[in-house]
Design a protein around this ligand. Structure first.
Ligand code: DAH
Length: 339
């Protein structure tokens, strides 16, 4: 029996196969149920007990080398086939489908990038937030309508936990853990209980900015916003500030930019005014500084907040807000960016 095993081992070491079919035929011949190696097992029963161990090990060795050899032959046959005459190895490979960044991410990155170059650092906060950070610390009166169920998604009634309705909550998070100078830019998702339509959604994105130091003035705010507008929409962009009201800033303003579609002449996009609104801003109300542990006698600051969807619409004229969350690949593939 040992002699037969040795013979088979020798035979297997010289096996050749011209193609995959031949290699498969060899597998059947040696390794299938009815193959010659399995046939040895019948004989194995008649081997005297004291020889069983040695013979068993030899059969195993034979099985393994047959398996290895035949796999080698199969691999070689496959490589040969690929390299055969009918395959052009110089042909350009099929393109790997690459994903693109979401338009809102592209625009958010662009906004963050502009402010990073102006010395702002990134800060983020939780989307599930308590009432203090979203409203109370931001100087919202207890009966302010924004706290209403119609605007805010409540997660818990007591203590009040909400889905943040603006990224101004991150201002509070930053102020409570650091002292001026503070210069942060805070992008994030926000939620409001709105009926979904082309012009409103129950979630959207904002970028908040906050700068607190000694002697920060409204002029600084105006200058940084002008720089931002020109970086974002082109060097000829003009800005205008209109007085407004926010609980957390005093004075407050809304900023318009000259309509970049008509260059300020007036078109249907800017409703023939020549201007389009892009953000809210103002000087941080001293009450907000005090509520968050910053000495309002020493420090002043400015803040601003903008909607990423709004800026994206202005840049790319996306007419329907729902497009941003429908994951239609035809829409998403229209946007590509280097970063
Ligand atoms: N939080 C405001 C909103 O959601 C946006 C805003 C306005 C943020 C003025 C600010 C600001 O920081 O100063 O509508």
């Amino acid at each position: 029996m040992l002699g037969k095993i040795k013979e088979l081992l020798e035979e297997i070491s010289h096996l050749q196969a011209a193609n995959a079919e031949e290699a498969e035929a060899l597998r059947i011949k040696y390794l299938s149920k009815k193959g010659s190696i399995n046939a040895l097992m019948d004989e194995f029963r008649t081997v005297p007990a004291e020889m069983k161990k040695e013979v068993g090990m030899k059969i195993n060795e034979l099985k393994n080398s047959a398996l290895e050899k035949i796999n080698q032959l199969k691999d070689a046959a496959q490589t040969q086939q690929v390299a055969g005459d009918d395959v052009d190895l110089t042909r350009t490979p099929y393109p790997v489908p690459l994903g693109t960044r979401h338009p809102l991410t592209i625009v958010k990155n662009e906004i963050v990038d502009i402010f990073s170059r102006l010395g702002f650092t990134l800060a983020e906060g939780p989307e599930v937030e308590d009432d203090w950070h979203v409203y109370s610390s931001m100087n919202f009166a207890d009966d302010h309508p924004a706290r209403d169920m119609q605007d805010t998604f409540f997660v818990e009634a007591k203590p009040e936990i909400v889905l943040r309705s603006h990224t101004s909550s991150v201002q509070a998070r930053v102020m409570e853990t650091s002292q001026p100078p503070i210069r942060v830019i805070c992008p994030g998702r926000v939620y409001r209980n709105e009926a979904i339509s082309a012009r409103a959604h129950c979630f959207f994105h904002q970028v908040e900015g906050l700068y607190i130091d000694k002697n920060v003035s409204f002029t600084d705010l105006k200058q940084i916003l002008l720089l931002f507008a020109q970086e974002m929409f082109g060097p000829d962009t003009q800005i205008r500030l209109r007085p407004s009201y926010f609980p957390f800033t005093e004075p407050s303003a809304e900023m318009d930019i000259s309509c970049h579609l008509c260059g300020g002449k007036g078109c249907s996009f800017c409703k023939h005014t020549g201007w389009v609104e892009i953000l809210g801003c103002g000087m941080v109300d001293p009450a907000v500084l005090e509520a968050n542990g910053i000495d309002s006698k020493q420090y002043t600051g400015y803040a601003f907040g903008m909607g990423v969807e709004r800026i994206t619409n202005l840049k790319y004229q996306v007419k329907d807000l729902r497009m941003f969350s429908e994951n239609d690949k035809r829409f998403l593939q229209e946007f590509t960016a280097a970063n």
